[in-house]
Design a protein around this ligand. Structure first.
Ligand code: ARG
Ligand code: GLU
Length: 720
């Protein structure tokens, strides 16, 4: 009996490992036919893999763009109208916002093409085709090579392949590693650089709930904005020109007004940034125990400082809005990640997986000879990494929050280019970026950040031979970091943007002489050198070993678990993920529904509140139940969730129904499941989308921009 039970348990465990959880995975669009189509159809999909990705005919992929390289967007009209998130378009919205024209607060709607606003550095990229070039990239590469020999062989191959790739003159290409460098794919792309702002709701809709609701379900945010792609008269990419015309796309998404029901098939198409699904358990353990907590603690303090100023001063609020949102976004995500990894026993699960791996390896002589000690090697490498990784996180987090350090870094780059061929370009670029930086800079905020974070840095790292420039300064100011900060900022010119930018224009040489003599520059240099000598050097060596071991481990997992379907970690390339609409249970006794309605917006409404105010017009529309064709059964849907495996970069991605119609706009994940970057778990991992009907309701009924809806193709797939 026991023997039988044991056997049963073993096959049960195997089953868990064998079956690919239906919803996990960020799949390559060109491999769907081979790997996923059958399963997608069994989950409800009504179209074919060829309708999603094809190089011979217009397919859904032709309606999807990488938005600015950091988000996703999709084409929703035959005139090149692009839909993305409010938080993706936010940089542009902020750029055009002034105290008089406050597009962040009030929203913006172009009434015609002439009113659409150009954006200097914004671009969108289409993927024309994706080719597997692994064999060519890895030609001549062998295990006897050192990492740097390997890399230079690969770089040479890549350069040759890129050069000989057949493409049109206006197209570009790049090659990226997949499966930690075991495979390589080539992407041929078209990038349009004239992308204009068409519309955005006020942030009380587009960012309703702000940081309190960020990463949270149930959610009530209308997180969208609209842009338009402009092209040359030949419809090809062209630099900005008033002569450019709206782009005519190969494919525009149709929009379903029928919404989704529980269990409906959905898929999300976009550009997920980075995941780490194939790590060793030690890495996951360190994330939970060391790295996330360090970063969270530093950001706790930084956020408190900035928030204090933003609440008191409208100008600082506009200046720091973007920075604050960015710092807070990951801060909150990491907290959810720690919670989720702990709750789902991610480390124990990885260990069980590793035990099964080791068992299979040990039972197979061939595998044993290559992978026999792999797990032990990984464990000891990660062990060595731990203290260095902690110092790295400390250094990066603190340094990146203090603007004066970033400004010095920028000036250093100019100084380094002095006398060289690239001096003028470097100077011009640095000027532009410093201009932007000073626009979002306030000396009082930065001084307080310096005082707070440098104190933390000092207290935490003081046993690890800090440079004497720093320790002497601290001693001189009697360990009083406010005094220290005051002293430094009072005696520095670098916090005076006007003066620095003027000097850069008039007499850069003199400025480059001068800033080097400042106390803060001396301190910066000492800390950077100290970090580089005591941490970075060792860290790079060990990180190099880990990268190599993880690459081997990736291949090993594919060799050992032959029955398993593998998808590559996200790397900002185009992916498809699919899953059904479904609620979840975040904790005992609580069950979340999969839909929210405008009723919830009104429930959360706090008059005049920074996060939960609701525009009067929305309240009136709600009271009159004036939802036009967008409401359903007397209610206005707002957001919904599903089991799609998404990550940062999937913001702005379309959520498509079984027919490929647009039903929602992806913008977030549920907090309890943010560990899906490391360990997807179907019980709590959910992506959050705004219902496309809410988007159209806001455009049409709220903003009175019905002319945009007229450009779109609205359909009723459920009423066929
Ligand atoms: N959490 C979402 C993402 O990772 C939305 C962030 C923007 N919203 C905000 N309130 N900060 O990007
Ligand atoms: N808001 C995220 C983004 O900017 C998407 C949410 C996520 O990380 O899943 O891409």
């Amino acid at each position: 009996m026991i023997k039988y039970l044991k056997h049963l348990m073993v096959s049960f465990c195997l089953l868990i490992i064998t079956i690919v959880k239906a919803d996990e995975g960020m799949w390559l669009p060109q491999l769907l036919a081979q790997l996923n189509e059958k399963q997608m159809k069994s989950m409800g999909m009504k179209i074919s893999a060829g309708d999603i990705y094809s190089i011979n005919k217009g397919s859904l992929k032709d309606a999807i763009v990488s938005f600015g390289g950091f988000c996703t967007g999709e084409i929703i009209s035959s005139k090149g109208l692009v839909l993305t998130n409010h938080h993706c378009g936010f940089g542009s919205i902020q750029d055009h916002t002034t105290l008089d024209n406050n597009y962040i607060r009030d929203g913006f709607w172009a009434r015609n093409n002439g009113e659409e606003i150009p954006n200097k550095n914004l671009f969108v990229t289409f993927i024309i085709r994706i080719d597997d070039v692994s064999k060519k990239v890895l030609a001549g590469v062998n295990n006897a090579m050192s990492e740097s020999e390997r890399q230079s062989a690969i770089d040479k191959n890549i350069a040759a392949i890129r050069k000989e790739t057949k493409q049109e003159s206006y197209q570009e290409n790049f090659i990226r590693p997949f499966f930690e460098g075991n495979q390589y794919f080539l992407f041929v792309t078209e990038t349009y650089r004239d992308v204009r702002l068409v519309g955005a709701p006020p942030s009380s809709i587009g960012n309703f709930g702000k940081d309190t609701d960020n990463w949270i379900w149930p959610r009530h945010t209308g997180d969208f904005s609209m842009f338009r792609i402009y092209a040359g008269k030949d419809n090809k990419p062209a630099a900005y020109s008033p002569e450019n015309v709206p782009y005519k796309p190969k494919k525009a998404l149709s929009i379903s007004l029928d919404g989704v029901a529980e269990k409906d098939f959905t898929m999300v198409f976009g550009f997920p940034g980075r995941t780490m699904q194939y790590l060793h358990s030690s890495a996951v353990d360190q994330t939970v125990r060391v790295n996330d907590p360090v970063k969270i603690a530093i950001r706790d303090k930084a956020l408190a400082v900035i928030d204090g100023f933003m609440r008191k001063d409208e100008t600082i609020k506009i200046q720091y809005a973007s920075k604050y949102a960015g710092i807070s976004n990951s801060w909150k995500k990491w907290q959810g990640e720690v919670l989720g990894l702990t709750k789902t026993n991610a480390v124990a699960k990885k260990k069980a997986y590793e035990a099964e791996f080791q068992k299979r390896v040990n039972n197979n002589t061939a595998l044993k000879s290559i992978y026999g000690t792999l797990l032990d090697d990984l464990a000891s490498a990660y062990n060595e990494l731990e203290p260095l990784g902690r110092s790295r996180d400390y250094f990066n987090e603190v340094f990146s929050k203090i603007e004066l350090f970033a400004i010095i870094g920028q000036l250093n780059r100019i100084a380094a280019a002095e006398g060289g061929n690239n001096y003028t370009t470097t100077l011009d670029r640095a000027k532009e970026s410093l201009e932007d930086r000073y626009k979002e800079y306030n000396a009082a905020v930065d001084e307080m950040l310096f005082a707070t974070l440098m104190e933390m840095f000092y207290e935490d790292q003081k046993d690890q031979n800090l440079p004497t420039v720093f320790t002497d300064l601290v001693k001189k100011e009697d360990n009083n970091f406010s005094k220290l900060a005051k002293h430094i900022y009072e005696n520095s010119d670098l916090d005076n943007g006007e003066k620095i930018l003027k000097a850069l224009n008039n007499n850069p040489k003199e400025l480059l002489e001068h800033y080097k003599k400042e106390k803060i520059t001396e301190l910066y240099q000492a800390l950077v050198n100290n970090y580089s000598n005591n941490v970075a050097k060792k860290l790079n060596v060990i990180q190099g070993q880990i990268d190599q071991l993880q690459r081997t481990y990736m291949q090993a997992q594919m060799d050992v678990f032959k029955e398993k379907k593998f998808y590559p970690d996200a790397n900002s390339t185009m992916r498809v993920t699919y899953g059904n609409v479904k609620g979840y249970t975040p904790r005992d006794g609580v069950k979340y529904d999969f839909y929210t309605y405008l009723d919830g917006v009104i429930e959360k409404y706090k008059p005049g509140d920074y996060e939960f105010d609701v525009p009067e017009k929305i309240r009136t529309l709600y009271n009159n139940k004036d939802f036009g064709q967008y409401g359903t059964k007397g209610k206005m849907p707002v957001c919904f969730i599903a089991m799609n495996h998404t990550t940062g970069g999937n913001s702005g991605s379309p959520a498509l129904d079984a027919y490929g119609n647009l039903v929602g706009l992806n913008f977030d994940r549920a907090w309890e499941g943010t560990m899906s970057d490391i360990n997807y778990d179907p019980s709590i991992c959910r992506n959050i989308m705004v219902d496309i009907r809410y988007v159209l309701f806001i455009v049409d009924k709220y903003a009175g921009a019905g002319h945009l809806v007229k450009e779109m193709n609205l359909v009723h797939p459920k009423k066929k």
